[in-house]
Design a protein around this ligand. Structure first.
Ligand code: DGT
Ligand code: CA
Ligand code: ZN
Length: 578
């Protein structure tokens, strides 16, 4: 092991000791030893062999022995054990500018944060701002650092990708040679994360060069990775890549179908074409031995010629959509116009940034008839969870606002913590004062699968629980779901007529749509919940709506399509059914 590596390990030991909150002198001794070795003129191995390590200032017996072990064996059990004793994400967090060991220790201890993804989420929820030694400036700096780091990761959250795609689409549309233009790929399918933007344009052959040139000259382009006659690729300043493909107008429907994917859907579709003695590719749909494609004016035409109903892009994942399209059994997917209200809205009563009235008025502006306020319960002390006393205050305020804002309705909800044993942190007589109750897991993420599953199922069986919040706790690109058997959870939800949340926050999108498809088949109801912590957060419902569609949901199984009256009786019926 060379000197550089040894220096690195000694420094890391120092940082680990700091994160663990050990005696500061101990950490400092390691930093000091690292410095001494770094500037050492002599050969370190010789120093070890001659037993002269202790000549280095500040290096005592114990430290000398550890360095010796490192030099001689290339390993140090003490270091390995130390490293294994803290979550790995904490060390990664140190790479974020502004995050020193002390700060890492603070967020770990106070907020149970163990990954960069969780840290990012906590910044968005203003959780760091109020921690000792932090503040708004620090929080902003950390968030900026995380965003910079993300530029070099592989996949992106939906909002960034959608925004970048919309901008570049507008930019390309402004060119007179673009006849048709569409975003294809995973973005059009509303996958939960996106690798790159696939942009498709129809133009005349003689205009291709000009369009490629226009594309690579876009002001947001950071690097050009490919520039050809019919395609070009760039990396945008945000780190997101964008592929452009140019086709003739007649090929556009086929190319759009092809580049929308998914690859699995396309493979299945090509298979089907072959059975019908047709060849399907990005250029057309060709009968056997034919040079000319069957003309199609739209994607619907392409599907029609294959004997299929039009398959909405969100469903093109090879999850049974082709069979359903053949039988005319595709669901009538929920649409924006079906949504009458939103649940799971936080306010300044807990960790939200706006008042109940502000949230309500924004929801009215968005055209909704009601919102369900769901602040945190008392176990969520880090989020200023509500004491029984403050619940009463909040309910009085809601009643006053309801008189003022009529016919708009504010529902009294709560996001109650599911404690590790599956009980809730309010008594039944408190829970009864709400119009509805969402139960969520916010702590002890590390339970074994069986214990976690029973924890959640137990909460779901509680007669006063109406919905399960963010069922797996995942943070997209940030934190894995906790170990939970979702099949069992869905079974319990189906049996007791409980609603599963589709958390619409683009960092969560939890329930995952793959589970969502199962839930829809089982007749389980879902709610598209923005989990809004600010006025703008209300708009997140759009992402949740996309996931509800991607999960094959029709309006009738999505709670947000209910009127207030229907909702109230539904919630009552849920409780009485138990
Ligand atoms: P992403 O970019 O990873 O978020 O997901 P996609 O689906 O956008 O994947 P991408 O960008 O690699 O390709 C866009 C579409 O092009 C893909 O959904 C289907 C089509 N495609 C690309 N390569 C192939 C392929 O090798 N086979 C088939 N069947 N389709 C392909
Ligand atoms: Ca793509
Ligand atoms: Zn929550």
């Amino acid at each position: 092991m060379d000197k550089k590596e040894i220096v690195k390990i000694l420094e890391e030991i120092g940082r680990l000791l700091e994160i663990k909150g050990e005696n500061p002198f101990k950490a400092r001794a390691y930093y000091n030893a690292a410095r001494r070795i770094e500037v050492l003129q002599e050969d370190l191995t010789r120093l070890v062999e001659e037993g002269r390590l202790k000549e280095l200032k500040g290096v005592g017996d114990a430290l000398a022995q550890k360095i010796e072990t490192l030099v001689k064996t290339g390993r140090l059990p003490y270091y390995e054990e130390l490293k294994a004793s803290v979550p790995q994400g904490l060390l990664e967090m140190l790479k974020i500018p502004g995050m020193g060991p002390k700060k890492v220790k603070t967020v770990y201890e106070k907020l149970e944060i163990t990954t960069i993804g969780e840290l990012e989420y906590a910044c968005h929820e203003n959780r760091l701002r109020d921690l000792p030694g932090f503040g708004l400036k620090t929080q902003q700096k950390i968030l900026k650092g995380i965003e910079l780091r993300k530029k070099y990761t592989e996949r992106f959250h939906l909002p960034v990708a959608l925004e970048e795609a919309a901008k570049i689409k507008r930019y390309m549309e402004a060119h007179p040679a673009a006849q048709k233009i569409e975003i294809a790929g995973s973005l059009r399918r509303r996958k939960e994360t996106i690798k790159d933007i696939d942009l498709l344009i129809a133009c005349r052959q003689q205009d291709r060069e000009a369009l490629v040139k226009h594309f690579v000259s876009y002001s947001e382009v950071d690097a050009i990775t490919n520039q050809g006659h019919t395609k070009a690729s760039v990396v945008l300043k945000s780190g997101l890549a964008c592929d452009l493909r140019l086709v003739e107008e007649g090929q556009f429907p086929f190319a759009l179908q092809y580049f929308t994917g998914s690859a699995a859907h396309n493979t299945a579709l090509r298979h089907r074409a072959r059975v019908q003695k047709l060849t399907l590719n990005e250029y057309g749909l060709f009968p056997e031995n034919a040079e000319q494609s069957i003309p199609c004016a739209s994607e619907s035409d392409v599907y029609r010629h294959l004997g299929l109903a039009f398959i909405p892009p969100e469903l093109r994942e090879d999850f049974g959509e082709i069979e359903a399209a053949e039988k005319g059994a595709l669901p009538q997917l929920i649409e924006k116009k079906d949504l009458k209200g939103l649940f799971h809205v936080h306010t300044t009563y807990s960790d939200g940034a706006s008042s109940i009235e502000e949230m309500a008025r924004r929801a009215m502006e968005l055209g909704f008839d009601y919102i369900g306020i769901c602040d945190h319960s008392k176990a969520a002390y880090y989020a200023n969870g509500l004491s029984e006393e403050r619940i009463k205050m909040q309910h009085q305020e809601i009643e006053r606002l309801n008189e003022m804002l009529d016919p708009f309705v504010i529902l009294k909800g709560i996001e109650v913590d599911i404690l590790p044993d599956g009980t809730l942190d309010y008594s039944d007589d408190v829970l009864e004062t709400f119009d509805f109750v969402i139960a969520s897991v916010h702590s002890s993420f590390n339970l074994e699968e069986e214990a976690m599953t029973e924890r959640i199922c137990r909460a779901l069986r509680h007669p006063l629980v109406n919905m399960l919040g963010h069922p797996t706790g995942r943070l997209l690109l940030g934190r894995e779901p906790y170990a939970v058997n979702m099949d069992k959870v869905l079974e319990v939800a189906a049996r007791f007529n409980k609603v599963i949340e589709i958390n619409a926050n683009p960092y969560r999108l939890d329930l995952d749509w793959r589970q969502g498809i199962k839930a829809a088949k089982m007749g389980i109801k879902v709610a598209v919940n923005p989990d809004a912590h600010s006025l703008d957060g209300l708009n997140d419902f759009e992402y949740g709506l996309a996931i509800a569609r991607k999960s094959w949901f029709t309006a009738s199984e999505v709670l947000n399509s209910y009127s207030v009256e229907k909702l109230k009786s539904f919630f009552k019926a849920q409780q009485n059914a138990m």
